[in-house]
Design a protein around this ligand. Structure first.
Ligand SMILES: [Mg+2]
Length: 321
């Protein structure tokens, strides 16, 4: 999403057609470090576009070895079924109340509420969700960089009676000392998401003691290999990771799920993540969609990413550059 990462479907397509694609022609797709190096030499950032090629290489490498990608990442660290949280928009009070009720009925035990707007409205929304879901389920908030640091500190402390399990990206992108100040003045664990694209961002978060958890995912972080690097670096520094999402379709979601299963420090049991993207789309883009039942997402042990693209569906949704 342009406002989120700066990339667009059109810019990704142009980067793939004119820069990244030509750069990897002739490379060995199972030498993923080389593919990554070639892409890095062509352009900075463009993480989602780069991830498309990188994830495809993991799929090929897995198929060539006859192994699921999570095996290539080190073997399963957890079951192939993973419980997710639901992310609820910054709705008005009535819609928030109804949506929260529906989510409890669907079996969600962690509900993320979007905030980051006017403080009073955010407070009211979170208060309503707590009222509806009762005392036992978990509430996470995500401000998506929408608050300034002082507003974020005020809001998180004002929400203290509502018992937040996690506070996601409460402060602006790039402000490592700001998020550290918030963390030192508030109680719930803090997750960095929109400000952590690469390993250097993760290193800055650690240096500033800015977070307890990092949200990682192959699209945002430029591929499965780069995500794994961040997850392992975080683990060595006592920081948990969980899976985030930009509402990916089945291919991206499969990559996310393999990362979760293959990396011990993807602590989704303690900090449930988001892998429900395919549910947001009207059609599925693979012949064998990932199983999504309420909050439970399940992948298979088939080789590669375990999904086969349905090219007829892809063609009917192709965007002309
Ligand atoms: Mg987020």
């Amino acid at each position: 999403m342009p406002r989120w990462s700066g990339e667009t479907v059109w810019s990704a397509r142009a980067a793939l057609d004119h820069l990244l694609g030509p750069a990897v022609i002739g490379a060995d797709p199972t030498d993923i470090a080389d593919v990554d190096r070639r892409m890095e030499l062509t352009c900075r950032h463009n993480w989602f576009a780069k991830a498309a090629i990188e994830m495809a290489c993991w799929d090929l490498a897995g198929k060539a070895a006859g192994k699921p990608v999570y095996e290539l990442l080190g073997g399963p660290a957890r079951p192939l079924s993973v419980r997710c949280r639901f992310s609820m928009g910054a709705y008005d009070p009535d819609r928030s109340r109804n949506r929260a009720r529906e989510l409890v009925e669907e079996g969600f035990t962690t509900i993320k509420v979007k905030v980051g707007g006017p403080a009073e409205k955010d407070l009211e929304r979170v208060r309503i969700v707590r009222e509806v879901i009762g005392p036992d389920l978990d509430i996470v908030i995500d401000a998506n960089c929408g608050w300034d640091v002082d507003t974020a500190i005020h809001c998180v402390n004002a929400m203290e009676p509502l018992r937040l399990s996690l506070v996601e990206q409460p402060t602006p992108d790039g402000d490592f000392s700001g998020i550290a100040r918030l963390r030192s003045l508030t109680k719930p664990p803090v997750m960095a998401d929109d400000m952590c694209f690469d390993l250097i961002d993760a290193e800055e978060l650690v240096r500033h003691q800015g977070c307890d958890v990092i949200s990682v995912y192959p699209g945002k972080n430029g591929g499965i290999g780069r995500s794994k690097q961040i997850v392992e670096f975080a683990g060595r520094n006592g920081i948990a990771c969980s899976i985030g999402s930009n509402l990916e379709w089945d291919v991206g979601t499969a990559a996310m799920a393999h990362l979760v299963v293959g990396c011990p420090n993807m602590q989704v049991e303690k900090f449930p993540g988001a892998m429900l993207g395919p549910e947001y789309h009207e059609v599925r883009v693979v012949k064998n969609p990932i199983s999504i039942a309420g909050p439970i997402v399940t992948i298979t042990d088939r080789p590669g990413l375990g999904v086969d693209v349905d090219w007829d569906v892809v063609k009917s949704h192709r965007i002309e550059a």
